[in-house]
Design a protein around this ligand. Structure first.
Ligand SMILES: Cc1cc2nc3c(=O)[nH]c(=O)nc-3n(C[C@H](O)[C@H](O)[C@H](O)COP(=O)(O)O)c2cc1C
Length: 112
C-alpha cells in the first residue's frame, strides 16, 4: 500500500528517494540474461493517489505522470498487480467536498 499526493505533477521527492533506495540491481531487479527482470514478485500493490486537480480523465490527463511512473517503476521491479484508488479534485471548489467520499466509495465498491 502506497499513499501518495501529487506534487508538481509528480510524486513527492521523499517517495522518489525511497524508490531510489529500493531499486537495486541484483536485489529487486536483474539484467541477468540481458533483459530486465523484476525480482519483487507475487505482490499485490494498492496505490492511493491524492491530487488537487483531476488527472485520471479530462484536460489534465496528459499531465498524469504519477500513476504511469509508479506503474512503470513498480512493474520494473516485478510488481505488476497494481490497483489504484484516486482522491481527485481536492483543490477544486466544486469537487473538493465530494473528493474523499467518492474515493472511499470506489474502495467500498472494489472486490478485494
Ligand atoms: C508542494 C505541493 C505541490 C502540489 N502540486 C500539485 C500538483 O501539481 N497537482 C495537483 O493536482 N495537486 C498538487 N498539490 C495538491 C496535493 O496533491 C493535494 O493537496 C492532495 O490532496 C494531497 O493530499 P494531502 O493534502 O492530504 O497531503 C500539491 C501540493 C503541495 C503541497
Amino acid at each position: 500500500m502506497i499513499g501518495v499526493p501529487v506534487y508538481n505533477f509528480g510524486i513527492p521527492a521523499v517517495l522518489k528517494g525511497w524508490i531510489d533506495q529500493v531499486a537495486r540491481a541484483g536485489a529487486t531487479f536483474t539484467y541477468g540474461d540481458g533483459t530486465p527482470k523484476g525480482l519483487v514478485i507475487n505482490k499485490k500493490v494498492y496505490l492511493s493517489i491524492a491530487s488537487g486537480a483531476v488527472f485520471s480523465e479530462g484536460p489534465y490527463k496528459a499531465y498524469d505522470f504519477s500513476e504511469p511512473y509508479l506503474r512503470a517503476v513498480l512493474g520494473f521491479l516485478g510488481m505488476t498487480d497494481i490497483t489504484v484508488f484516486r482522491v481527485e479534485g481536492t483543490a477544486i471548489p466544486d469537487l473538493a467536498e465530494g473528493a474523499l467520499p467518492k474515493a472511499l466509495a470506489s474502495v467500498e465498491e472494489f472486490a478485494f
